[in-house]
Design a protein around this ligand. Structure first.
Ligand code: F0G
Length: 456
């Protein structure tokens, strides 16, 4: 097979800054050993997130100049609305400044004490928005999704049996919404099949529970359906996307991922009364319903990005580039979630550093080692992000200890990725020397963003 090349050429470049190993050691110490607290210009290859980090196309930049900045009824809103309606099929399209603003609105309306929300896996901000409303958030990930090395096509799926059993036990009247996250970010960027979406939708319909899609990476998920699920290879990605959205009652979207923009999001749904309540909250917190916390130019870029993300040359390159990284690392014996997902490589820190128990944050140890070794910034998704304490104050670890290396869209080339692989393999060679960390400062919600850590 011929090499799959980047389906674009580069028109504008941004220089990288290099630091030395001893500088990085000092920088990390000053940042209290928390990579979120390291300044971006001290990072060489920033794989902290694929969110809001995309390179926009020349057409998106042209859209920026065409943005209509009218407060009400802007032309750019209607262009965005037309594209979002075409892809999702939902009647009400409500722009927000990013995904969590859409979440905040929907969970404020539907949440509250005594309510439970269910999902294949809630992403951290989504879970936090549910919990902040006073409700609880429960995950029902397919058992396959919990085994890092198991090769299966749709490890992001919902465990529909467990979901239904829970609904019967809890009572559907206490469950205002079921959310399917595609692709399943916290579960490894793994896709959800249309078969599983259909089953979940049927369960929700049977019990009268609203079904929403957390659609941040819908196009990547649709590409996996096209290439992995029986019966979809001849459908276009757009047709598959429409089929996904048609199964649900609405969606929340962080446009910072699969709409290829640096800021933006939306909330969409069919329910008229819910949309009215959402628009009322939007006006208080985000802005008038035809701009929702964004500039008109952002709406133009988002509309254009939603069209570009469905181009198959782009998706083929995108998914292949993650797979390429996974293959290189696997050949060197580096443990990770397999198969690789849509937007990131998830290193398995538990298998990488078996000498460090979950309570001593193996994911942090690995992420920090990658920074010191090569100036690479990834993110821990493990005991720091999701760990809890039981009544005795003992550490309760989440099922997996991961380091996510998220690949920004259209930003890094193959040689950047080759460099990243070399650095990971170098750390893997020296893995016996790594030690854990302990937390010296934390906040009650989303502690990983601001925690201070001390090397053991
Ligand atoms: N849902 C999922 C699945 C996400 O991955 C994110 C963000 C959000 C919702 C919230 O969207 O950032 O626009 O408010 N994920 C980013 C990440 C932050 O790094 O994975 P947002």
């Amino acid at each position: 097979m011929a090499v799959i090349i980047e389906p674009f050429r580069i028109k504008s470049v941004e220089p990288l800054t290099f630091t030395t190993r001893s500088e990085r050691k000092e920088i990390l110490k000053e940042a209290r050993n928390n990579l979120f607290l390291v300044d971006a210009d001290k990072v060489l290859i920033d794989l902290l997130t694929d969110s809001g980090t995309a390179a926009m196309s020349s057409r998106q930049w042209a859209g920026i100049m065409n943005g209509d900045e009218s407060y009400a009824g802007s032309k750019s809103f209607y262009r965005f609305k037309e594209v979002a309606e075409r892809i999702t099929g939902y009647r009400h399209i409500i722009p927000t400044h990013q995904g969590r603003a859409a979440e905040k609105i929907i969970f404020t309306i539907l949440g509250g004490k005594g309510k439970s929300f269910v999902s294949n896996t809630f992403f951290d901000t989504t879970r936090a928005n549910v919990e902040y409303s006073g409700a609880e958030a429960l995950d029902f990930l397919t058992p396959e999704g919990k085994i890092p090395h198991l090769i299966a096509p749709f490890k992001g799926n919902m465990d529909t049996e467990a979901l239904e059993a829970y609904i019967l036990k809890r009572g559907a009247e206490n469950i205002p919404m079921c959310v399917m996250t595609i692709t399943n970010n916290s579960g490894g960027g793994q896709p959800v099949s249309l078969g599983n979406l259909r089953e979940t939708a049927a369960i929700c319909r049977k019990y009268g529970i609203r079904f929403f899609i957390d659609a941040c990476r819908f196009a990547e998920n649709a590409w996996f359906i096209k290439t992995r699920e029986e019966g979809y290879k001849d459908k276009t990605v757009e047709e598959i996307a429409r089929e996904i959205f048609a199964l649900a009652d609405g969606c929340t979207m962080s446009a910072k991922k699969d709409a290829l923009v640096n800021i933006g999001g939306f909330l969409a749904m069919n329910d008229e009364a819910l949309a009215l309540a959402a628009r009322n909250l939007l006006i208080i917190t985000e802005g008038f319903p035809t701009y929702g916390g964004l500039a008109g130019r952002d709406l133009e870029a988002m509309a254009q990005g939603l069209e570009e993300v469905l181009e198959e040359d782009y998706l083929r390159y995108r998914i292949r580039s993650i797979e390429y990284m996974g293959e290189k690392l696997t050949a060197a014996g580096v443990p990770m979630i397999l198969p690789t997902g849509g937007h990131a490589v998830y290193l398995d820190a538990k298998a990488f550093l078996p000498q460090i128990p979950p309570a001593e944050l193996p994911g942090v140890a690995l992420a920090n080692a990658l920074y010191i070794e090569g100036g690479i910034r990834g993110v821990e998704i493990g005991s720091l992000m999701f760990g809890k304490k039981d009544e005795q104050g003992n550490h309760v670890a989440p099922p997996m200890e991961l380091v996510r290396l998220a690949i920004p869209r259209r930003v890094y080339t193959q040689s950047h990725i080759d460099y990243v692989c070399e650095m990971i393999i170098e750390v893997f060679r020296k893995r016996d020397q790594l030690r854990g960390y302990r937390i010296t400062f934390e906040t009650p919600l989303l502690r990983h963003f601001t925690a201070h850590l001390e090397a053991l």
